[in-house]
Design a protein around this ligand. Structure first.
Ligand code: HEM
Length: 359
């Protein structure tokens, strides 16, 4: 009673809200080294995902995932639906941003050794998030039902055949009543986003459980808790503010791109020919496919994910400082250069016929 009469009305209101939703519970200390851009990349990735969900829900009101209707509904979305063109462009740029910031986030974690004991499981959860993000990009890129999309599905079907029983879901024969485009749409709008949200919840819980990794550049041991003996003047709420500010800047950039650079849309598809190249993230494995055929696409993808999953096993010392991990960082630097090099090669090399369909 005394508290109610003594407090200023505004403060009383916030205290009442806090009592019910627990905002002050977010004011736990976060180490100073985590208050910059490097440690906001995961949050920016999440914000891109949220932009994708919102713009995706809007586009879902106009897009029709039946093969014969898909292109006409896309044309309707772009020309007649309210804000349809803007939503599609923003969706396209947010997808690029999500993958790019997830990769930069992974590089930050790798460079600072933040995957080391006890955070190995969270590294693997991160690999799962990366795989789901790439799955979302692929299933999204086929929906526009242009030449690139049809060739993407043709690759999908051939890989399913290569995998035999394991790949049965990816094959058109899995369902006699729903076309493969429609099933890939279902994966894009429900299966993959739900899995990604669930896996992200585990990812965030593990970050909270272990605390952020200690400052690698201060030469600390991976198993010490970051806040133990490290300057931590700010709180998690402040960290959310910093990450929110970077995310807002990123969002501004995405909106700028969405109104100035339209998303790709190729010509109407012609079945049985192979002319296009995939999105940038698939170019490195596409280069391997150019060299050794369709199987290269599958085995190069498996090899890249395996090499990423092995990081915590190959770099097991408790040292975090990059100078004490030179050899392993050098190996992964060469690995990254090879991947980027393959991507550049695929971009400049002439298109190839992988499926025997002709060009
Ligand atoms: C694709 C979606 C992803 C999202 C939304 C995400 C989100 C986050 C967030 C918000 C954090 C807290 C600190 C920070 O931002 O650095 C974090 C930490 C972490 N993430 Fe991710 N992440 C993703 C992918 C990945 C990937 C691909 C990896 C690695 C393969 C990974 C490994 C980790 C690890 C090990 C930590 C703990 C880092 C530390 O303690 O310093 N994450 N993630």
């Amino acid at each position: 009673m005394a508290e109610r009469s003594g407090a200023a009305p505004g403060r009383g209101f916030w205290r009442a809200i806090d009592e019910r939703v627990g905002i002050s519970g977010l004011k736990y200390h976060v180490p100073d080294h985590a208050q910059g851009l490097g440690y906001s990349l995961g949050a920016i990735t999440l914000v891109s995902y949220l932009v994708l969900v919102v713009t995706g829900i809007w586009m879902g009101q106009f897009y029709n995932p039946i093969p014969d209707e898909a292109r006409a509904s896309l044309r309707y979305l772009l020309t007649s639906a309210p804000a349809g063109l803007f939503a599609r462009n923003l969706h396209y740029w947010a997808a690029n941003a999500m993958l790019l910031t997830a990769l930069l986030h992974m590089l930050r974690v790798q460079y600072t050794g933040a995957f080391k004991r006890p955070r190995e499981a969270n590294w693997l959860v991160g690999i799962g998030l990366l795989a789901l993000t790439i799955g979302l990009v692929f299933t999204g890129s086929v929906l526009k039902w242009d030449q690139e999309a049809v060739e993407g599905i043709a690759h999908n079907v051939e890989i399913a055949n290569l995998l035999g029983g394991v790949g049965v879901w990816f094959s058109p024969s899995f369902s006699g009543s729903i076309p493969i485009l429609t099933r890939l749409y279902i994966a894009h709008v429900s299966i993959l986003p739900i899995l990604l949200a669930a896996l992200f919840a585990i990812h965030a819980l593990l970050v909270k459980q272990h605390g952020l990794a200690p400052n690698a550049l201060a030469g600390r041991d991976a198993t010490t808790r970051a806040t133990a003996g490290e300057p931590s003047r700010g709180t998690f709420l402040g960290h959310l503010g910093v990450a929110g500010l970077y995310s807002l800047i990123g969002l501004g950039l995405l909106v700028f791109l969405a109104v100035t650079v339209p998303a790709q849309l190729g010509p109407a598809p012609v079945e049985g020919i192979e002319l296009t190249k995939p999105w940038w993230m698939f170019l490195p494995v596409f280069a391997v496919e150019n060299a050794i055929g369709l199987g290269g696409l599958l085995w190069a993808s498996v090899a890249i994910f395996l090499a990423l999953a092995l990081v915590p096993l190959l770099d097991r010392s408790s040292y975090l400082h990059p100078a004490r991990r030179r050899a392993i960082l050098l190996i992964y630097l060469v690995f990254a250069i090879v991947i980027v090099g393959l991507g550049i090669y695929a971009k400049v090399a002439p298109g190839a016929d992988h499926l025997g369909m002709g060009g």
